[in-house]
Structure formats: C-alpha cells, structure tokens
Design a protein around this ligand. Sequence first.
Ligand SMILES: [Zn+2]
Ligand SMILES: [Zn+2]
Length: 159
Amino acid sequence: MGPRPSAPTSETADPAPTVEEVMELIRQHGGRSTTPRRMVLETLIGAPDDHRTAEQLAAEVHTRNPTINESTVYRTLELLEELGLVNHVHLGHGPSQWHLSSNHPRWYLTCTYCGSVTDTDPAVFDALVNDVVTRTGFTIDSGHFAITGTCARCATPPD
Ligand SMILES: [Zn+2]
Ligand SMILES: [Zn+2]
C-alpha cells in the first residue's frame, strides 16, 4: 500500500450512508439485521474512502468482536455486494479490496512502481466509454479492475 493522494472533489460530494440506512436496505431485500452485518458495515462506513482486503476487514471486525470469524465476514461481504452496497476492486496482483458502493462509477489508477492509487473523476473517461460502446457495442465496467501505469511522481526522474 502506497500513500493515497487526497480524495478528488467528486468523491467528497457524496456523503457515506449511515449504518441504519444500509440495514434498512438489507431488510427491504429480505435480509436480517445481524450483528456481523452491522459490524462489517460500521467498519466500512467508518472510513468510506478506504479500500481494505477481506482479510484486513475480518481482522478489524474480529478485534472489535472476537465472536465474529473470518468466514462470516467473507459471507457478509458477498451478501452486501449482491445487494449493491459494497464492491471489490482489483488494484494489483494482491487480493481484491473492498469499499462502499458509490452512486457514480469510479476509475482507479494504480502506480506499478510505488503502488499509489488515484481515483479519478469518472467524467474523464466518459468519451472513451461512449466511443467504445459506439464502435463495438461493448460496455466497459468501471471500477472492477484498476488501470495500471506510472504516477506523476514516479514518472519524474529524481534530481
Ligand atoms: Zn508511483
Ligand atoms: Zn473481481
């Protein structure tokens, strides 16, 4: 994990949902409001711009409530993803990282050299997405895989 640049302005415009709002959504989808679900949500909502592996999340939840084991956290993440409340992203070769869903698509740029992650304004990619769907009929899925490259810092040779 490299240092994260400050969040772009388009991200800060979206307030994170409250745990109660998300639990209400789960109930609307026929799910129950269980303690593990609540704890996973609290952990994700506590740091909405963060990305964490399922393992890291499970460790955080386990610290707060040792009765909740790793497999419960994994199942909870899958359920929350089916409901569209959380997503995972593949930032590199390691395990995928989980985060709260946002209303707008994200594009992650990850640096091959230092591992830093930048999420860009989705509008930057609008023209590309529209062009690809027009030419090929293929709709690009933003946010599932990161786009790899070299960050500005790593691209600048040291003095
Ligand atoms: Zn870099
Ligand atoms: Zn995936």
